[in-house]
Design a binder for this molecule. Structure first.
Ligand SMILES: NC(=O)c1ccc[n+]([C@@H]2O[C@H](COP(=O)([O-])OP(=O)(O)OC[C@H]3O[C@@H](n4cnc5c(N)ncnc54)[C@H](O)[C@@H]3O)[C@@H](O)[C@H]2O)c1
Length: 495
């Protein structure tokens, strides 16, 4: 007597002459079942009744992605233009969406023996790239073609092929305060007596875009410069206090918060790609929950921090000690120039520093991680443009305390790494707003995967380990679709 599992994960009991015969039977049955399932799914897809846009799942409802999705971007600089140009290049068949989990990633479902690994975009109902329409705000008047040319990330030949499309996206006037971004100034700025007036003007922009673009759903994605470091005050603690502060021009309200407030008031989800507080405030959590407009942030996890959140979990897994981690960067784009100001750098530094402590848990492992020297530097060096170089010197120690060193030199392209993150966040936040289980939660912690400083509810420490973050994301998708969560226990294969 032996057990075998069919492709749907059901256990069967049958008499076999040997365990070899049982295994052969299982393989044969599994292959047959997969062939049947594949032909069933193909038929359903052809008749339009496939699992592409399901309405009901075991875990709440999930609306289909019908109509256009409008993407609104405060800050039409290097990241924003590389993202929008990239989407258009992919739509035209000129390039591939490399680095994007929503476009190229898969989700394993069920047991390893089942061979079910649909693409993410086929598993959950995401907006298609053809349905994306764009607008943005910036303090400079350049359209997306000029801004992309100035950013110098994408080569001229590609940009020329996208010129008519990119030139058609012109920036709306920005809400800007020079005190929050000291290194730049521009002419395309809204005027208003109070910050509340400015918020009203942004809300009018949002309504206008909704109408003129014909979008059925909207998302706001902050790709603006890093603002000066501030800490939350009483003005940020509730919607009531915040609205009073807006009317009184409270200096602790940064421009990015005014965009966030305007979006959430219009019921539009908001993602924050910079390390500014922006939506990481009680007022925004309150608004987000109330208006069922999901929020997430902060600070895209792209180059150096991506590497840090891969290496640090490896040290902890093997119980290797860490005595120092010195990270330095040179970059020459406008972001680098903005970060040359101590106030903006402090915001970025805080975001980058938190990672190690949360992953390594010095409280639990004082002998290994109780005394780490962690330093992060960013140096503005114009000749490099967007092609950043991030160096890491890592001092670790092993068995009996013997020291070792690791050097990482990542010659990366900042915006090339950030653009697929923007695309995934746009599509996943839009999905969140269409899921009954997610839309009222406020913070979308399952999107921590994309951030250096993932937002969490107060009192909960953030998860920084990239692989835990990925598991959290994929398990969330499985959960929404009523699929079994994957624990990697795997004992059942050896029963
Ligand atoms: N590229 C990356 O790898 C990466 C990683 C993490 C975070 N970020 C963050 O993403 C943001 C964008 O980066 P980037 O390289 O595109 O920078 P960028 O300087 O090229 O673009 C930022 C744009 O925002 C505009 N801006 C500033 N304040 C504004 C406001 N109040 N309203 C509207 N527009 C405003 C600026 O004029 C500029 O055009 C930065 O905050 C950066 O720190 C980037």
């Amino acid at each position: 007597m032996a057990d075998w599992w069919d492709a749907d994960g059901h256990r069967h009991r049958k008499q076999f002459s040997s365990s070899q015969a049982a295994r052969e039977h299982e393989h044969r049955e599994t292959a047959l079942a997969h062939a049947e399932r594949a032909s069933r799914e193909l038929k359903m897809a052809k008749t339009g009744g496939g699992s592409r846009h399901p309405k009901e799942t075991n875990n709440g409802t999930m609306e289909a992605a019908k109509g256009k999705l409008g993407v609104m971007i405060p800050g039409m600089g290097a990241v924003a233009t590389t993202f929008v140009a990239g989407v258009e290049a992919i739509r035209k068949g000129l390039a591939k969406p490399i680095g994007s989990l929503t476009q190229m990633g898969t989700v394993r479902l069920g047991k390893r023996t089942e061979g079910r690994s649909p693409k993410v975009k086929e598993f959950v109902p995401l907006a298609g790239l053809d349905d994306l329409v764009f607008t943005g705000w910036d303090i400079f008047e350049d359209n997306m073609y000029d801004a992309a040319s100035n950013a110098g990330v994408l080569d001229h030949r590609l940009l020329e092929q996208l010129k008519p499309f990119l030139s058609s996206i012109t920036p709306r006037a920005a809400v800007f305060d020079h005190n929050y971004v000291k290194k730049i100034d521009g002419p395309n700025v809204k005027k208003g007596k109070t910050k509340m007036d400015l918020a009203e003007q942004l809300r009018a922009d949002i309504r206008d875009f909704r109408k003129t673009s014909g979008a059925s759903r909207l998302i706001t994605m902050w790709c603006g410069s890093t603002e000066s470091y501030i800490e939350p005050t009483a003005a940020h603690q509730s919607v009531k206090a915040f609205e009073k502060a807006l009317a009184e021009n409270d200096e602790m309200i940064a421009p990015s918060m005014i965009y966030a407030y305007a979006s959430l008031m219009e019921g539009v989800p908001f993602a924050n790609g910079a390390p500014n507080l922006t939506v990481d405030l009680p007022v925004m959590l309150e608004l987000s929950r109330k208006n069922e407009a999901p929020i997430c942030g902060k600070d895209f996890k792209t180059g150096q921090t991506l590497m840090k959140t891969v290496l640090a979990p490896a040290f902890k897994a093997r119980l290797l000690g860490l005595s120092g981690w010195y990270s330095t960067n040179i970059l020459g784009n406008r972001d680098g120039e903005v970060l040359d100001d101590p106030g903006s750098f402090k915001t970025k530094e805080e975001s980058k520093l938190g990672v190690l402590e949360h992953i390594l848990q010095p409280g639990l492992y004082p002998e290994l991680y109780g005394n780490i020297f962690h330093k992060v530097r960013i140096n503005y060096y114009p000749p490099r443009g967007d092609n950043k170089e991030g160096w890491d010197n890592i001092d670790i120690f092993g068995w009996l305390g013997y020291p070792m060193q690791i050097k990482v030199d990542f010659l990366c392209r900042d915006s090339i790494l950030a653009a697929p993150i923007v695309l995934d966040l746009v599509l996943f936040l839009d999905l969140a707003q269409r899921c009954s289980q997610l839309k009222g939660l406020g913070i979308q912690e399952w999107l921590s995967f994309y951030f250096k400083s993932p937002m969490t509810v107060p009192g909960l420490y953030p998860e920084h380990d990239l692989f835990i973050q990925l598991m959290k994301l994929k398990n969330t998708l499985r959960h929404l679709k009523g699929e079994e969560l994957i624990t990697h226990l795997g004992l059942e294969y050896y029963d």
